[in-house]
Design a protein. Structure first.
Length: 243
């Protein structure tokens, strides 16, 4: 059985399928010792695939984890500045896994880790509307009309408006003039939560992702991770099989 090279790379946990395609075009991939730069190439389990000089282990075993990402960690498999990355927490896991989406360097919270490239691509696609709930400490105390603006969507720049979000004021500290706000969105634009709250006059001081779909951080502390149960894996796949 043969499959497209970029799909094999994604399933092996190298990167997303789109990122794998870019790596192929850049000449970073070799098949049976020959550099491949075209996207139509198909390979089987008998072919030797190398990415950046490293032999790819074509394993069909898919693994799925929740990581409670600490602040000060990069949501990537590696970093050219040698900063700590999310895969550093999985040194004893034989599979090459990578994060589904990203969290900012200074944002903590739930991030999915897997080598299932197909599921990762679907979860990140905006058509499936996977809800993510964030809790933010913001400057100032949001008024009701400002929360209402978030619920209807706000301009992120001159051309893009956010989709409606769920916004709730959780607590206030009048002495420090700060508040804790929860914001639930299904989009994933760059710095989106920070930009949304900034647009209504309340810059984020601290940000954490509490949930991803139905998954949460219960039982985990910063830096901890756990495997998903079979029921959770099935439920995730059902979420992206509806449309």
């Amino acid at each position: 059985m043969t499959e497209r090279l970029q799909k094999v790379m994604a399933n092996a946990g190298v990167a997303s399928r789109r990122a794998s395609e870019k790596m192929i075009i850049e000449g970073r991939v070799r098949v049976n010792g020959k550099t491949v730069t075209e996207l139509g190439v198909k390979v089987s389990g008998e072919d030797a695939v190398e990415v950046d000089g490293h032999l790819l282990e074509q394993s069909d075993q898919k693994v799925y984890f929740i990581l409670y990402k600490p602040r000060g960690v990069i949501s990537a498999a590696k970093d050219d500045k040698n900063r700590k990355v999310v895969t550093d927490f999985f040194q004893d896991i034989p599979q090459r896994i990578y994060p589904v989406g990203r969290l900012d360097y200074d944002t903590s919270g739930l991030i999915l880790m897997t080598n299932d490239g197909d599921l990762a691509n679907k979860l990140m696609h905006p058509r499936y509307h996977v809800n993510k709930m964030y809790v933010a400490k913001v400057k100032g105390i949001p008024e009701s009309n400002e929360l209402e603006r978030l619920r209807h969507g706000v301009l992120l720049d001159k051309t893009h408006k956010s989709s409606p979000a769920k916004a709730k004021l959780l607590s206030v500290d009048k002495k420090k003039n700060t508040a804790i706000v929860s914001l639930t969105i299904h989009e994933g634009r760059y710095h989106q939560v920070k930009n949304m709250l900034k647009s209504v006059g309340h810059p984020v001081e601290k940000l954490k992702r509490e949930t991803y779909g139905f998954l949460n951080l219960d039982g985990l502390t910063s830096g901890d991770f756990r495997r998903l149960t079979n029921q959770e894996i099935t439920a995730l796949k059902k979420m992206v099989a509806k449309k």
